[in-house]
Design a protein around this ligand. Structure first.
Ligand code: SAM
Length: 194
């Protein structure tokens, strides 16, 4: 695989909606997920990346770790009363953050819906609302990382057409709005690929 200039690595990519704008604008995007159903470029556990990915020199990195361990929803905690999913999820996050530090990309973003992750790693760089980017629900979503622009957007709606929970597939529920993905691309490329 050619690891081109402007390479973007999308970890825990799901369907890759976070980095779709980079792909559409011609960047090489390597999606990594352990779920074959989402057809990632690299089928792997992000805690154990193949050597050619570790040795890559990404310009940008997107990371969408599983949000369920950090959810405010009570039903999650009813299912995991001992909360062991939190240390397991944090182990994945610390491993990936170490890898990102090794890569030292020009920009990187880690995304999670507003929840307990901020209690584990501190306040986000910015928070935005998916209703401001074309989704029919609010879903406040937080971002950590190194990024040239603050893409915070407030919610301006008194009511929303839909609740995020009405989408049953958890990976579909985790999709990034297309308009936000494009804004990330525009912000990242304002300075041009390294
Ligand atoms: C929140 S979803 C990502 C949604 C994504 N933003 C999208 O566009 O669809 C989290 C994804 O992380 C994957 N995942 C969770 N733990 C993983 C691991 N240790 N290694 C690889 N993939 C993992 C899941 O299979 C899931 O697709």
């Amino acid at each position: 695989m050619g690891l081109a200039p402007g390479l973007v690595i999308d970890l825990c990519s799901g369907y890759g909606t976070g980095t779709i704008a980079f792909r559409e604008h011609g960047h090489t995007v390597v999606t990594v997920d352990w779920n074959p159903e989402v057809s990632p470029v690299v089928l792997a556990d992000v805690r154990d990346l193949p050597r050619f990915i570790k040795d890559a020199r990404p310009w940008g990195v997107w990371f969408s770790p599983d949000c369920r361990p950090f959810s405010y929803a009570r039903h999650v905690w009813a299912r995991y009363p001992d909360k062991t999913i939190v240390p397991e999820a944090m182990e994945t996050i610390w491993t990936v953050l170490d890898q990102i530090r090794d890569w030292d990309p020009t920009w990187w973003l880690m995304e999670n819906p507003r929840g307990h992750l901020q209690d584990e790693i501190g306040p986000p760089k910015f928070e935005t609302n998916w209703c401001a980017w074309g989704k029919p629900y609010r879903k406040p979503t937080q971002f950590w990382g190194k990024f040239p622009h603050n893409l915070a957007q407030p919610c301006r709606h008194a009511v929303h057409r839909q609740r995020v929970t009405s989408t049953r597939d958890p990976t579909r529920r985790a999709e990034i709005p297309r308009a936000f993905a494009e804004a990330v691309y525009q912000a990242a490329t304002a300075r041009g690929p390294a």
